[in-house]
Each structure stands twice: as structure tokens, then as C-alpha cells.
Design a protein around this ligand. Structure first.
Ligand code: GCW
Length: 725
């Protein structure tokens, strides 16, 4: 009996212990990179324990002060005082116009602020009334908020308070997230749970999470968010949804974030308030003007509209034989009186005529073909939003030829942060190197170096921008996995500064997300930096693309050949047969290479000068084509698949070594995902090799492992309930 009681007691005690909130239990990823863990003793010196905010109060200053309070409380273990007069080491927030008389460096600060624009900031040590302080200065309250976040970031990275000296401003004025969130809270291509926007409960019930969302974005300098899916619905522009959007805008405003809406072209027609959606019809234009006025009455700083028109079944001006400029300009005129903008997407892949004629074409040339003739025809407040590559967010694409080809039109870069084609939230793939690769791509427009980043900086006094399709959802970790948070992070950091190095950003993110301990940082950064290339290798090596499962895009399906449109089928993209593989985009094929500047076109026109990573994107080659490695194309392809799988295994092994440095919860979650990634990498490799071997009719190179199953087996796998569709 006693034994049984003893055991019961022990079980009860254990149960109680397990229920106690422990430090590790809090590490579910919710805090993102804003964890503010206690600083080591050596680093505490001169970190402020008091905050002095100068000048008139404002919501943005309030947000900055609240973040400093939260951050310093975490870093120092005690709440900082809010003071009315500087104390030793106070952190002092002041706009240029509010710099106090007793500040020793005032004129130098003013001079520097002169170069930092509306959103830039300055953080430096200074003396105020003879006392050493940390000064955060900016020209606007939003700048002060950004400066506060930047200072907290430096402290989290381990920089001593006396050594922090920052001056920064964003290159691009428009740094936005695109949510593909539907009104029923499902998220197109979302792998992190439902939409964070609880449309049903809005506008009366405000989830505190909206504020944490705003904080996370403001910490990176993201200053706009498109709340709803580009596959939009007319209801978005009904009064109830405008009120909901207004409630979100109220929460985001202090954080310098404007809201935008995706609008459906045919809205007035569907609402039965006009008889057509022809952009040149005065009744239609008047409807949009009234609608814009109505929105601005409730959201005075509303950003504007994002539009997906005549793309993938969405209605648009071409339905009325008008072009994209006709459509964009009509909307632009509706928002122009309120200083709003229109972001018009260039993701189109066939004109109506061509679809009708069933003409064989190259999907990669469509955006350029439809938009380049319109250069110079867009109103001043229209920006054309271009995906990073000409097909569709593949693991690797060459930069879209539209960058650099529209000298009179400001462009927005559209990256996809959510990993629709890179393993959802299961696979670890840090996208920093991919973003960097595109931004650094040399368009050679005009014969000298002009990077893609240069081409989005705005033209002729008109601003450019950058957009990222969000990977944010209602899951506790926001992004579905811890490492997917790094993709939100690196997007935001590169949106602020396109010159940042992806490795440095990975380090920054990892230091804040886990710890600045080098024994942890080096391996984590190593895993991150090899991860995207691993995915490319086991999914789409050598420039292959669009070989994923139909519609959900999960897993390999290079064999698919029966979809309604030719250019939805994987076989359209890889063209593998007995005599070779790849898409000929040279003059003997679609001549898509001619859309690049001559120097770039020349490089891509010749397989010998095309980087192997893009070989089959531009060329159709025989299986025995000799690669720079000395291997045949077939051998090289198999080698790359194997390499991708080996990399997935190596990432998994490296993570195992990190157990002593990572809290149990995040360690286990990541370990499970890496294990599953390895399994799926094998599957990708096996199914792809089985299929391409069937096409090429070639034996496997010596020593290469046979696929685990028959091709028929891989073809039979179905995923009727995959997420994100
Ligand atoms: O990548 C494709 C996606 C669609 C998406 C479309 C687009 C929002 O598969 O889900 O639709 O691109 O960018 O419009």
C-alpha cells in the first residue's frame, strides 16, 4: 500500500512540477527575435536603466518608449525608470528639433540628421548636462522608433552600450508585406496556421497579437502591409471590411505601418453598382473615386491598392480590350487626391488572344512582353510589382528581365517569404542567399553595372519599393517553424538595406533568436547558409523548375502532363525526352534571352557561359553534354540530387550537436523538421531520378543508389489535404 501511495505522490509531484511555468516552456518562438534575454554581467555597464523622452508625446514615441521599457527590463532584469531629466546613462529620445540645450554634440547630430531623411535614425553616446547618455535621434517619431529597435538589437547582439554608434536610413521608401490572407481566415500558400487577422471578430475585438506583429515589423523597418490576398474578393471593399481594416490600421499606425488592400478588378460590377468594369467607362471611374474617398474617411493614411489583374483567372482591364496601364491609371486617379498608390502586379502569363489561339509560347516572356510596351504610360502613383523571376518563386530563377527594362516606371520587387515551392514550413531553407542573389544580379542595362537593387530605387523622382509575400500565421511561432522566422527577418532587413550580406543577417538573427554564443552561432549560420542550395539540389538542380506536385506544390511530380494549360505542366518546363532535357530559351527556341541586356543575353545564350545553376533554364541539351565538372549532364544531374540529400543529412547532424545550447522545445521542433526534410529530400531525389531515367533511358551512373521504389509508386502518391491551397 505504502509503495502505491508513494508512487502516487511521486506522480502527483512530478505532474505539478511539469505544470510549473519554466523558462524553457516560454521558448515556443512567439517572441521571435525580440527575446531580450538577460545580458551577461560584463555587458551591463552603461546600459541605460532610465529613459528620457523629449518633446511632445506621440503614439510613435509611446511605442518607442514601451519597447525600450520592455527591452531593457528583459536585458537588465529590472524595469527602467521614465525620467524627466537625464541621469547617467539614460537613453534619450529626441527629434532633431527637440535636441536639448545641454547636449554637447548637438551640431554634429543636426548635421548627420540632415542626411537621414524621414525614416533614418542616429544612435550614439553623447553628454547631456555633463552626464554620459545614449542618444537616439531622428527627424520623425517613426525614426525614433526604428532607432530604439536598432539600439536594442545591438545590445542583444552583444555590443557594449558604450560602443553602439549607428546611423542608418532605408534606401527604399516602400517596404511592404503582402498577406495572401482570405476573408475566411485561410491563407493561400500559408503554412503557419490561420490568418492572424481575425476578420470575424474585427473591428470590435482587437487581438493583442496585432501589436506584437507591428512591433516585429517595425523592428525591421517594414512600413506597409497589404492585409488580404491578391486573389481578392469584392466584399473587401464593402463597408464592414473597410471598418475591420481601419481597426487594424489603428493598431499599426504608431509603428509606422500603413495598410493597403488587394482589390478585385470587377468589384463595382459584382456589387451591381456599375454595368461594366471597363476602366474607360466614366461610371466605373466615378465608383472607384467614391470608394477611395470612403476608405480615406476611415483610414486617413491608407496606403493604396494592390492589384492582380488578368492573371490566373482574375478579371482585369483586358476583359474590355484595355491594357494594364488603362486599368492601373484609372485606380491611381481615384487614390491620387489622397496621396495613395497603386501597386499593379506584372505576374501575367498569357494574353487573352494567345490563350484563345492556343498558341505555343514561353511563359517566361509574358510579363516583359505585356509590360515593356507600356513603359512611360503609367501615372506617377503607379508602381509595377514584379516577381523576382519570370516564372514563379522557384527555388532558383534568374532575375526577371523586366528589372532594368522599364526606365520610366518605378518597380517593386516581389519576393515570396512563404516557401510555397521550397518545402513549406517543414524544410529549413534560409532565403537570404536567394534574395541577395537576385538583388545583386547585374542587369548590365546601358552596358555598365546596374544591379536589380539599383533598378528598384525609383526613377525620375518616383519611388520604388519591395514586397514580400508573408509567411505569417496564427501559429505560436508565427511562421510555422523557428527557422522560417529568419525569412521574415532577412526580408525585412534587406528591404531596409539591399546591400546587406545574407550571412551577416543570418548571424544577427540567430544571435537574437538563440544566443550570441559562438559555439551555437557558427553551426547555426552554417546550416542556414547551405540550406537553400540543398533544396535547389534535391528539388530543381541545374536550372530545372516547376516540377512540383500540381496545385499544392508539395513534392516531386515532373511527370505531370495533363493540366488544362500547357504551361501548368511540369513536362512543359523540363522537356525531358530520349534526346535531352531543358527549355531552349535561346534564338533557336523562345529567344527569352533577348529580353536581357545584350551582354547578359550573350552570356545566357551559350551553354558554356551560362552558370551551371541555370543551365536547363536556358538550354535544351543532350544527356551526354559535357559539364565543366567533366561529368555528362545525366551524371551531373544525378550527382546534384545526391548532393542535395547529403546536405539535408548534414544539416540534420549538425543540429543534433546543438542540443546543449538550445532550449528543449525549439531544439526538438527543429530536429523533427530536419528529420522530415531529410526523408522528403530522399523522396524528391528518388522520384526525380526514377522519372528522368525513364525519359533518358540511361543506366544509373556507377555506384549510384537505385530509387527505393518504382516510378509508378511515386506517381501514385496523392495529397488531397495539403495546406495552403
Ligand atoms: O505562385 C502562384 C501561386 C498562387 C498565387 C500566384 C500569384 C496568389 O501558386 O497561389 O496566387 O502565384 O502570385 O498570384
Amino acid at each position: 500500500m505504502q509503495g502505491l501511495f508513494g508512487r502516487l505522490w511521486a506522480a502527483l509531484l512530478l505532474g505539478m512540477l511539469l505544470c510549473l511555468p519554466t523558462h524553457a516552456a516560454a521558448e515556443d518562438g512567439y517572441q521571435l527575435w525580440l527575446r531580450y534575454q538577460p545580458l551577461p554581467d560584463a555587458q551591463r555597464a552603461q546600459v541605460a536603466d532610465s529613459i528620457l523622452v523629449l518633446g511632445a508625446d506621440s503614439p510613435a514615441k509611446g511605442a518607442a518608449r514601451a519597447e525600450l521599457q520592455r527591452g531593457l527590463h528583459g536585458l537588465l532584469g529590472k524595469a527602467p525608470g521614465i525620467v524627466a531629466k537625464a541621469r547617467a546613462n539614460s537613453v534619450v529620445l529626441a527629434r532633431g528639433a527637440e535636441l536639448p540645450a545641454g547636449l554637447d554634440a548637438a551640431s554634429a547630430v543636426r548635421e548627420q540628421l540632415g542626411k537621414l531623411g524621414d525614416e533614418g535614425y542616429l544612435v550614439r553616446r553623447a553628454k547631456l548636462d555633463g552626464l554620459p547618455v545614449t542618444l537616439v535621434a531622428a527627424n520623425t517619431d517613426t525614426g525614433l522608433l526604428y532607432g530604439s529597435f536598432a539600439w536594442l538589437r545591438e545590445l542583444q547582439l552583444g555590443t557594449g552600450a558604450d560602443r553602439v554608434a549607428l546611423a542608418s536610413k532605408p534606401a527604399l521608401p516602400l517596404r511592404v508585406l503582402n498577406h495572401w490572407d482570405n476573408l475566411d481566415r485561410s491563407v493561400e500558400r500559408g503554412y503557419a496556421g490561420q490568418s492572424i487577422w481575425n476578420w470575424w471578430e474585427l473591428p470590435h475585438i482587437i487581438d493583442p497579437r496585432y501589436t506584437d506583429y507591428a512591433r516585429a515589423n517595425a523592428s525591421l523597418g517594414i512600413n506597409g502591409t497589404v492585409l488580404n490576398n491578391v486573389n481578392s474578393k469584392a466584399e473587401v471593399l464593402g463597408a464592414p471590411f473597410i471598418a475591420k481594416a481601419a481597426a487594424i490600421a489603428d493598431v499599426l499606425r504608431p509603428y509606422g505601418i500603413r495598410v493597403y488592400l488587394s482589390v478585385r478588378w470587377s468589384t463595382p460590377l459584382e456589387m451591381k453598382q456599375t454595368k461594366t468594369a471597363d476602366p474607360l467607362d466614366p461610371e466605373v471611374a466615378a465608383w472607384w473615386k467614391n470608394k477611395a474617398d470612403e476608405i480615406y474617411r476611415t483610414i486617413p493614411d491608407f496606403g493604396g491598392f494592390l492589384v492582380k489583374a488578368n492573371s490566373e483567372g482574375q478579371p482585369g482591364p483586358q476583359d474590355y480590350r484595355r491594357n494594364h496601364a488603362d486599368g492601373a491609371n484609372m485606380l491611381a486617379r481615384a487614390v491620387a487626391p489622397h496621396k495613395g498608390i497603386v501597386m499593379w502586379r506584372a505576374f501575367v502569363y498569357a494574353s487573352p488572344e494567345e490563350s484563345k489561339a492556343g498558341k505555343a509560347h514561353d511563359r517566361a516572356v509574358e510579363g516583359y512582353d505585356q509590360f515593356i510596351p507600356l513603359d512611360g504610360k503609367f501615372d506617377d502613383n503607379v508602381l509595377v510589382q514584379v516577381k523576382n523571376g519570370a516564372i514563379d518563386f522557384q527555388p532558383r530563377e534568374p532575375a526577371h528581365p523586366m528589372f532594368g527594362a522599364m526606365p520610366k516606371t518605378p518597380l517593386i520587387m516581389e519576393f515570396q517569404i512563404t516557401k510555397e515551392y521550397l518545402g513549406f514550413a517543414t524544410h529549413l531553407a534560409y532565403l537570404g542567399p536567394m534574395f541577395q542573389e537576385t538583388l545583386e544580379f547585374d542587369t548590365r542595362i546601358g552596358g555598365s553595372k546596374v544591379t536589380v537593387a539599383d533598378t528598384i530605387q525609383g526613377k525620375q523622382g518616383r519611388v520604388g519599393g519591395i514586397a514580400g509575400v508573408a509567411n505569417i500565421g496564427a501559429s505560436r511561432s508565427w511562421s510555422g517553424s523557428i527557422f522560417d522566422q529568419s525569412n521574415w527577418y532577412v526580408y525585412g532587413r534587406m528591404a531596409w538595406d539591399q546591400g546587406l550580406d545574407s550571412r551577416a543577417v543570418a548571424r544577427e538573427w540567430a544571435a537574437q533568436t538563440f544566443s550570441p554564443e559562438p559555439k551555437l552561432l557558427d553551426p547555426v549560420v552554417n546550416i542556414m547558409m547551405r540550406s537553400r542550395e540543398a533544396v535547389v539540389d534535391y528539388m530543381t538542380p541545374l536550372g530545372l523548375n516547376h516540377v512540383m506536385g500540381s496545385s499544392h506544390h508539395h513534392g516531386p511530380a515532373p511527370w505531370v502532363d495533363n493540366l488544362e494549360r500547357a504551361d501548368w505542366n511540369p513536362i512543359y518546363y523540363h522537356r525531358a525526352a530520349r534526346d535531352g532535357i531543358g527549355f531552349d530559351r535561346t534564338a533557336s527556341g523562345s529567344n527569352a534571352v533577348a529580353q536581357y541586356a545584350p551582354e547578359v543575353a550573350r552570356r545566357f545564350a551559350d551553354p558554356k557561359t551560362t552558370p551551371p545553376e541555370l543551365l536547363l533554364w536556358f538550354h535544351r541539351l543532350p544527356w551526354d553534354y559535357r559539364m565543366p565538372s567533366g561529368r555528362t549532364l545525366w551524371e551531373e544531374l544525378v550527382t546534384r540530387y545526391d548532393h542535395g540529400v547529403a546536405e539535408a543529412a548534414a544539416m540534420q547532424a549538425e543540429w543534433q550537436g546543438l542540443k546543449p545550447f538550445v532550449d528543449a522545445e525549439r531544439f526538438a521542433d527543429t530536429a523533427q523538421r530536419l528529420a522530415q526534410q531529410h526523408v522528403e529530400a530522399q523522396w524528391w531525389r528518388d522520384a526525380s531520378i526514377a522519372y528522368f531515367q525513364d525519359r533518358s533511358g540511361l543506366p544509373l551512373p556507377a555506384g549510384v543508389r537505385k530509387p527505393a521504389h518504382s516510378l509508378e509508386h511515386y506517381k501514385s502518391i496523392r495529397f488531397p489535404y495539403a495546406p495552403g491551397i
